[in-house]
Design a protein around this ligand. Structure first.
Ligand code: NAD
Length: 283
């Protein structure tokens, strides 16, 4: 009687227990506003030491540091423009001086410079690509160097490092009047997946989160009046706007060892915005 070859035994990694990010060092870009702020605070609550990167509003960044410390967490604020190579490298050096290393990078900083396509200036194009795409490249490159140098520290995490790219539903949904933004997020999608493919053998996990409409300063005109909110809801099958904490929870999970086998994915957190809501009534 033929016997099937025996499969190797599956050995589960021994993952640290709650808090989800205990002992980890995280850097969140654009962290003194909106989604980044919620992510940084949530990560600190889950036990990470957090770098609050920001480019404007020193007082806001320092207030966040104080808020996190008052709740028993640990954070520092570092000012740097993520689209500037020297400033990014200086930020990582400072982080390593203060915290020793990095375990989690959240590439969150982003902006919009909207214009009808034929009126879009090169400056508007370059600013959005520079922050949303090149900024993520510059930060991810520094993080990967450190992840590879240090490798896995099993008491800290199953992985040698985690990168979460803040993308958008506009990595797949075209967006008239926002060509630079949609191009930047489409770029983030393939950059994230390509980095993921390249660094996976080093136990570095790379994923992106794709928010739908989230209540932050970036899109205030889309939710701040009842009329605008009603229009927005036509695009959201779940019929509520997203809150920054909806994204923060997803980011924390992706960064944690609970998501240790999740790699190279775009996680849409959008109340169904990518479900073609125009077809809700049968098309
Ligand atoms: P926000 O404007 O509140 O936050 C963006 C942050 O990025 C700000 O703190 C800003 O100062 C910072 N930033 C801008 N340029 C920077 C630079 N050069 N260097 C460092 N930081 C810089 O908006 P948000 O909604 O919280 O956006 C956060 C991310 O989420 C962005 O990448 C955005 O594209 C993405 N996103 C947001 C939504 C939404 O509905 N709010 C939807 C999809 C994706």
């Amino acid at each position: 009687m033929s016997t099937s070859p025996s499969l190797p035994e599956v050995v589960m990694p021994s993952c640290p227990v709650r808090q989800l990010l205990r002992g980890q060092k995280a850097l969140v870009t654009g962290a003194n506003s909106g989604i980044g702020k919620a992510v940084a605070i949530h990560m600190a609550q889950e036990g990470a030491d957090v770098v609050i990167n920001y480019v404007a509003n020193d007082a806001g960044a320092e207030a966040m540091v104080e808020e996190i410390k008052a709740k028993g967490g640990n954070a520092i604020a570092i000012k740097a423009d993520v689209s500037n190579e020297e400033q990014v490298q200086a930020m990582f050096r400072r982080m390593f001086d203060e915290f020793g290393t990095i375990d989690i990078l959240v590439n969150n900083a982003g902006l919009q410079k909207d214009a009808p396509f034929e009126e879009m200036t090169l400056a508007q194009w370059n600013t959005v690509i520079g922050v949303n795409l090149t900024g993520q490249f510059l930060c991810a490159r520094e993080a990967v160097k450190e992840f590879k140098r240090r490798g896995v520290v099993p008491e800290v995490s199953c992985a040698a490092g985690k990168i979460i790219s803040m993308s958008s539903v506009h990595e797949v949904i075209p967006w008239a009047g926002h060509v630079n933004y949609a191009a930047s997020k489409g770029g983030v999608m393939l950059m994230t997946k390509s980095i993921a493919q390249e660094v996976a053998p080093h136990r570095i996990r790379v994923n992106s989160v794709c928010p739908g409409a989230i209540r932050t300063p970036i899109n205030m005109e889309a939710w701040s009046t009842p009329e605008a909110y009603a229009e927005l809801m036509k695009l959201v099958p779940y019929k509520r706007i997203g809150e920054p904490v909806d994204i923060a929870r997803a980011v924390v999970w992706l960064a944690s060892d609970d998501a240790d086998y999740v790699h190279g994915v775009s996680l849409f957190v959008d109340g169904g915005m990518t479900l073609y809501p125009g077809f809700e009534t049968g098309g």
